[in-house]
Write a protein that binds this ligand. Structure first.
Ligand code: GLN
Length: 497
């Protein structure tokens, strides 16, 4: 994209360069995007906008620029999925339970990216719609209404980070944060034609992220390109030992340094493993076709393709849908009408207050998962379901390790189909669960995974190529995606305004 293009067509890197050259101020950039957010309210992507709060942040970024600071993200806007708590904006996690809730502190990821306290200097333009407590694959479980896919407004943008995906795809923000518990960064990125990466479990701090399933939840960036994702991830990822004991105690890393590679065959020597199970039944032909074309592009870049086996792929669905609800049922017990958010107006005794509060505050999918989770953790069923699922989880992780003896990265589709119609799976939760088949195993194993735009399928809707790496191989994934994006332009395609 030429540097003279409108601001919303520029990449994060290009915007940062313009800001650093003082060709444009952070306030001007924020105003440009805020106007776009205002005019695209029909997408349902934003849950909270506060122009004054955002412009105050932009002024702070401009002051840092005026003082001569030149850091890679300074003054560039973004928006956060509404599961990251923020002082400047309310946080709802897409639930009535937290309507109007305002956190007294910023999530670590928000703080690391933000304009205060030595953060990277990005300006927060608001909070993005998501499935309630990040439970869903279509963003149709939000208590505040669905998000529309900018490629076809009758279709879902994917979920649960659907607001993040739609906002980036529609050019309302150059980048956004998302969270991925079982696919919620990768799948919406795929369904809206943008790039997203879920790092290794623990690479980003979970402090201040509204908890869904704590052993799976992971934050990551969503943007147009791998380069932009690398820029954001470099600021997001770092150990947070005092606040999240499960965060990996590793320093920040410059992921942009990993992007470049030399020569006509920059990926020479890279072995890409194709799990048989990812290409067999269940994946629609248009998706397989686009992924195959992308893989042949990888061969031209010097990579070689090898077949690998992930035999337990199918079991990742029941395994995940036991473990995630189990953890959710425990995490969501904190919403009792006493400590956070909603409390029923009329109630009898304490137990009645709990019951009415939770009945009113939670939506149908959240209640379904609390019930499943409570069931699989209960005495008499724990061994049969929860413990069994934990054992299979370990076997799934071991299968990946076996596959990584034959290859360096694993590739396949992100989702079995392109974006479906809003409402199509609402009454059939199992149909929505099945659509997670290619993303869940990566999460269960704690591995990094990303989605890279790889063309279009049925109805001219975007298809994502998934790249999965071994632990802490984010740099390798980003390089593989970046090199692909040097020779393809799928990530530059835009939906009609
Ligand atoms: N679709 C999956 C679920 O509903 C994944 C969601 C996520 O990654 N947050 O649990």
């Amino acid at each position: 994209m030429s540097a003279n293009a409108p601001l919303h067509e520029l990449s994060v890197a290009q915007l940062a360069a313009k800001l650093a050259a003082r060709e444009v101020s952070s306030v001007e950039v924020a105003q440009h995007f805020l106007a776009r957010i205002r005019s695209a309210s029909d997408l349902g992507a934003f849950l909270a906008v506060d122009e004054e709060a955002s412009l105050a942040q932009a002024r702070a970024a401009d002051a840092r620029l005026a003082a001569g600071e030149r850091t890679p993200l300074l003054g560039v806007p973004l928006a956060h999925k509404d599961v990251f708590v923020t002082r400047d904006f309310p946080t709802t996690a897409g639930s009535k339970m937290l309507e109007g809730y305002r956190s007294p502190f910023d999530a670590t990821v928000v703080r690391r990216l933000g304009v205060d306290l030595g953060g990277a200097g990005m300006v927060n333009l608001g909070k993005l719609n998501c499935d309630e407590f990040a439970m869903g694959s279509g963003n149709d479980n939000s208590a505040y209404g669905p998000v529309k896919n900018p490629w076809d407004r009758s279709r879902v943008p994917g979920g649960s980070s659907g607001g993040s995906a739609a906002a980036v795809a529609a050019g309302l923000v150059p980048a956004a944060t998302g969270t991925d518990t079982g696919g919620s960064i990768r799948q919406p990125a795929a369904l809206t034609g943008i790039t997203g990466i879920k790092p290794t479990y623990g690479r980003c701090s979970r402090y201040g992220m509204v908890a869904y399933a704590s052993s799976l939840d992971q934050a990551g960036p969503m943007a147009r390109s791998a380069e932009d994702c690398a820029l954001l991830l470099s600021a997001m990822a770092a150990g947070d030992p005092d606040r999240d004991s499960t965060s990996l105690d590793l320093p920040a890393q410059d992921y942009t340094a990993a992007l470049t590679a030399e020569g006509a065959k920059p990926l020479q020597g890279l072995r890409i493993g194709l799990p048989r199970q990812f290409f067999s039944e269940g994946c629609s032909p248009d998706v397989v076709a686009a992924v195959r074309v992308a893989l042949s592009e990888y061969e031209k870049l010097g990579a070689s393709l090898v077949d690998v086996d992930l035999p337990l792929t199918e079991l990742s669905i029941p395994t995940y849908y036991v473990i995630a609800p189990a953890e959710a049922s425990s995490n969501l017990s904190r919403y009792d009408g006493v400590r956070y958010g909603h409390r029923a107006k009329n109630f009898g005794d304490l137990e009645d207050m709990y019951k009415k509060t939770r009945t009113e505050g939670f939506g149908a999918e959240v209640k379904r998962r609390i019930m499943i989770g409570t069931y699989v953790l209960s005495h008499g069923y724990y061994d049969a379901y929860y413990l069994k699922a934990q054992k299979i989880r370990r076997l799934i992780a071991q299968d990946f390790q076996k596959a990584f003896t034959q290859c360096d990265v694993i590739a396949g589709p992100v989702a079995p189909t392109v974006a479906w119609k809003i409402g199509e799976k609402t009454d059939d939760p199992v149909a929505a669960y099945l659509a997670d088949i290619f993303t869940l195993s990566t999460s269960l194993a704690g591995l990094p995974g990303m989605s890279v735009p790889a063309g279009f399928g049925e109805g001219g809707l975007p298809v994502g190529l998934q790249l999965i790496g071994n632990y802490l191989q984010e740099g390798r994934l980003l390089r593989a995606a970046h090199q692909f994006q040097q020779v393809t332009d799928w990530h530059q395609r835009r939906p009609a305004p």
